[in-house]
Design a protein around this ligand. Structure first.
Ligand SMILES: [Zn+2]
Length: 194
């Protein structure tokens, strides 16, 4: 399996499987907010929830809504970043959103694989003079990490999975065929298996 960042792995977690259900994602967002509170987050401190596209586009809004509904006084906003390239260097830019200076922002993502996208989203926020709070909300954490740059991961599913650089992948060395989870071949199998 080739993940979106180019790493190889022996497994894949499809975030969309949770996100596609309005009820499931709603409960998941509520559970994440409760869990973060139990880990010390003051929800009234969160001005906005932001994560990297595509995975975080929907869940940032779901989490922000649950924070907002905690009090008449809260109006937590949401937003997302998109990847961009400077030559071969990947970075993230804020899209469809203009954050205020010193806005307090918590990061989110659907599935955490290496933490790179979340790290790049944090850099985009810092460049825009936002404050990145010390929590990262994720539905599923497959990275094996507990924190990213000192920001604690708040996850509902913890399921560490191995990843390798393509050139060092033992599955490829053993003759295994590489495929992308988004490939037409795999989607056809998932949708039409007899
Ligand atoms: Zn491989």
């Amino acid at each position: 399996m080739e993940l979106s960042g180019g790493l190889h792995s022996n497994g894949f977690i499809q975030g969309q499987a949770i996100i596609q259900s309005a009820k499931t994602i709603d409960r998941a967002a509520e559970d994440l907010v409760c869990k973060a509170e139990s880990m010390g987050l003051m929800v009234g401190d969160v001005d906005r929830v932001i994560g990297p596209a595509m995975g975080a586009i929907n869940i940032s809004g779901d989490i922000a809504r649950h924070i907002s509904f905690r009090s008449e006084l809260f109006d937590c906003l949401s937003g997302y970043t998109e990847k961009a390239y400077d030559g071969a260097r990947k970075y993230m830019v804020l899209r469809q959103v203009c954050i205020r200076r010193a806005e307090r922002i918590v990061l989110c993502d659907d599935v955490l694989s290496t933490g790179l996208n979340v790290r790049l989203a944090a850099e985009a926020i810092l460049r825009a003079y936002g404050i990145v709070l010390p929590f990262v909300f994720v539905l599923a954490n497959r990275s094996g990490l507990q924190e990213i740059d000192g920001r604690r991961i708040v996850s509902l599913i913890d399921y560490p999975m191995k990843t390798w650089e393509a050139g060092k992948c033992p599955l490829c060395a053993a003759g295994s065929k590489v495929f992308s989870p988004d490939s037409a071949e795999i989607l056809a199998k998932l949708n039409w298996e007899d």
